[in-house]
Design a protein around this ligand. Structure first.
Ligand SMILES: NC(=O)c1ccc[n+]([C@@H]2O[C@H](COP(=O)([O-])OP(=O)(O)OC[C@H]3O[C@@H](n4cnc5c(N)ncnc54)[C@H](O)[C@@H]3O)[C@@H](O)[C@H]2O)c1
Length: 333
């Protein structure tokens, strides 16, 4: 590894050059504060690699992280299949590299805990990219919670459903709704309200004709608690939903002491609304113009340069993983 603190432009490798890797490659390539040093994917040179790789002709390409690391790296951005995140992260940490990994952190709580411990031992940063946390509407709601303009939060309801065909690696997953999708909304709930799930009830279930190995849908009721918050969070989500799909950010109803907010698509416009008996008053866009992958990346790079722990560090993300794998941790009545 090169010395990040003395190197003002960290050398970054993208690990996993599939569908989302394309978005991340553009994010890294257009950030003037970093050097796009390598792209790693076992498919490179096989004839099955992504066509978009041609857009980054000057970036060296490798089939293994070990080979890329020999060229000198500071950090990796991991956008490989969720099922291989843990192996890649263990390898990166052993090589002394900092890592930003796409959600889900890993597909098991034990692996995530193990990587947090190894990173601490090696003195490297591991951050999980939870891009929804950085949505403008989510940050607005976080401000409302902090300044208590509507009093305290008394109840939160979140909903998400879509009919997601799924990728082959997702078809083999057993907690697919929790780890691939609800993980966004559970992390959002933790981030917007500065709270953690301290108890609850989670039931994973399989809709008829689910294309997944397990957990195509989830119903949950979490007891959320923070320094100044204590509220129930009710959630329903499915990747095998037949109804018209919700926006990726989900639908939300947030009851404060004195106001009700909803995040919903009303008259074709998805955003944060104040809800009254008379109707809905537009406040702000929830998800912004793009899905905002640059925001967690910029935060990661700032933290590397400043030597700070990121907001959604691996350690922080253990709270999100506990909710995503909730059926293992909370009651299943
Ligand atoms: N934050 C979001 O909104 C969002 C959206 C989509 C996907 N994701 C996440 O991004 C990740 C990738 O998803 P995708 O849709 O791009 O998948 P994908 O199947 O399109 O691409 C995954 C790539 O990883 C590569 N790969 C497999 N094993 C590897 C290894 N050991 N080292 C390096 N590369 C390896 C594959 O060859 C493939 O090119 C997943 O974890 C997914 O959950 C996040």
């Amino acid at each position: 590894m090169t010395d990040t603190k003395s190197n003002t432009r960290p050398r970054i490798a993208l690990v996993g050059a599939g569908g989302l890797g394309n978005v991340w490659a553009q994010t890294i390539a257009t950030d003037a504060n970093v050097e796009f040093a390598a792209i790693v994917d076992p498919l490179i040179g096989s004839g099955k690699e992504s066509a978009w790789l041609a857009n980054h002709a000057a970036v060296p390409k490798f089939t293994t992280l070990d080979a890329a690391a020999k060229a000198g790296l500071d950090a990796v951005v991991v956008t490989a299949h969720s099922t291989v995140h843990a192996d890649i992260l263990r390898n990166a940490v052993a090589l002394g590299l900092n890592a930003l990994v796409e959600k889900p952190f890993t597909i098991s709580y034990a692996d995530s805990e193990d990587i947090v411990a190894r990173a601490a031992q090696q003195g490297v940063t591991v951050m999980v990219s939870q891009n929804y946390r950085f949505f403008p509407g989510a940050l607005l709601i976080r401000d409302m919670v902090h300044d208590r303009r509507y009093g305290g939060v008394v109840s939160v309801v979140g909903e998400f459903w879509c009919d997601w065909a799924g990728k082959p690696y997702q078809h083999a997953m057993t907690h697919v709704m929790g780890l691939e999708m609800a993980v966004h909304h559970f992390d959002l709930c933790r981030a917007m309200f500065d709270a953690d799930a301290v108890g609850g009830y989670v039931r994973e279930w399989q809709p008829a004709n689910s294309q997944y190995a397990g957990g195509g849908a989830i119903e949950a009721l979490f007891d959320m608690r923070g320094d100044s918050t204590d509220f129930p969070f009710t959630y329903t989500g499915s990747l095998v939903g037949r109804a018209p799909r919700t926006p990726w950010g989900g639908k939300w109803r947030i009851e404060f002491d004195t106001e009700t907010l909803v995040v919903d698509e009303i008259d074709g416009r998805y955003g944060v609304y104040r809800a009254h008996a008379e109707g809905h008053e537009w406040l702000a866009s929830f998800d912004g113009e793009t899905m905002g992958f640059n925001r967690p990346f910029e935060h990661f790079v700032d933290c590397l340069i400043a030597g700070k722990e990121p907001w959604s560090s691996g350690r922080d993300n253990l709270g999100t993983m506990k909710m995503a794998l909730g059926a293992e941790f909370f009651g299943k009545r």
